[in-house]
Design a binder for this molecule. Structure first.
Ligand SMILES: NC(=O)c1ccc[n+]([C@@H]2O[C@H](COP(=O)([O-])OP(=O)(O)OC[C@H]3O[C@@H](n4cnc5c(N)ncnc54)[C@H](OP(=O)(O)O)[C@@H]3O)[C@@H](O)[C@H]2O)c1
Length: 246
């Protein structure tokens, strides 16, 4: 960073996950950043020797989201990068459904809560603090399987539909923010298949060279955020920067 350049501040929500932690580590080693907020349910996001990394613990309740978001935008009023990397595909009692008869209320609710509702609550809580921000680029981790036009295989009902609902929420947010927070850019991001806990049970059929390391994807997303300036639009992009059909 040149001495005259303004220092950047970043926020990662879901900093305990595979992609979120790679993003937080990358920014905290980037001299352009003087603060990287790393929000996770676990308090043990390792700050290492990087003094810019600021770990914060949350239970992802509405109260905690509102408190943390308010504190972060107050401390970093010119937040320049936000990555929301929350998501779930499987848990101890649920997994992606192959057929309609596998649908269950509890697992559908959990998929919607983590993949759609929590990211939208974070955006809602951060938005008032972004109104005067001149340049804040936000990527929310979506997935290609949330594309309605791209769905030729079916299945994965809860995860697919939660990501499609997320995409629609982000679309409405981009329209509202173009009026009320003109310095914000929004991206719905598909990282490819990434070697994390989320994809672990489903990696067997992934072609050679197509299972990405979290560090690689964090680098791709970093470059995409650097090159996509504020335009009042929601972009739906994959790891290579290619546009995905809605
Ligand atoms: N890995 C892939 O192949 C792939 C492909 C397409 C899209 N994506 C998307 O990329 C994003 C990041 O996923 P990842 O691969 O990094 O997965 P991951 O390692 O499992 O991380 C997901 C993170 O989401 C948060 N989370 C998960 N369950 C939660 C719950 N019940 N309540 C609250 N928070 C919860 C956690 O954040 P904390 O630990 O910080 O609390 C968790 O670490 C997700 O949106 C996922 O859908 C991933």
């Amino acid at each position: 960073m040149s001495e005259t350049a303004t220092a950047m501040q970043g926020l990662v929500v879901g900093a305990g996950g595979g992609i979120g932690s790679a993003m937080a580590q990358r920014w905290s080693q980037d001299p352009r950043f003087d603060a990287v907020w790393a929000v996770s349910r676990s308090a043990d996001v390792d700050p290492g020797s990087q003094s810019s990394l600021r770990p914060l613990s949350t239970d992802q309740s509405e109260k905690s989201i509102a408190e943390l978001a308010g504190m972060i935008v107050q401390e970093s009023p010119r937040l320049s990068r936000i990555v929301i990397a929350l998501g779930t595909l499987h848990g101890p009692s649920y997994g992606p459904e192959k057929s309609l008869d596998a649908l269950q209320l509890a697992s559908m609710q959990e998929a919607y809560r983590v993949n759609c509702i929590l990211p939208m609550l974070w955006l809602s809580a951060l938005a008032p603090g972004l109104r005067k921000n001149p340049d804040c680029r936000i990527a929310v981790l979506s997935a290609r399987v949330g594309s309605i036009g791209d769905n030729r295989l079916g299945g994965w009902y809860s995860y697919r539909s939660a990501k499609a609902a997320l995409n629609m929420g982000l679309r409405s947010a981009s329209i509202e923010l173009a009026r009320r927070a003109k310095g914000v850019k929004l991206i719905a991001f598909h990282p490819g298949t990434v070697d994390t806990a989320l994809s672990e049970p489903f990696q067997r059929g992934v072609p050679e060279g197509k299972l990405f390391a979290p560090d690689f994807v964090a680098g791709q997303l970093d470059r995409i955020l650097d090159t996509h300036g504020v335009d009042g639009e929601l972009s739906y992009l994959d790891w290579a920067g290619e546009t995905i059909t809605w």
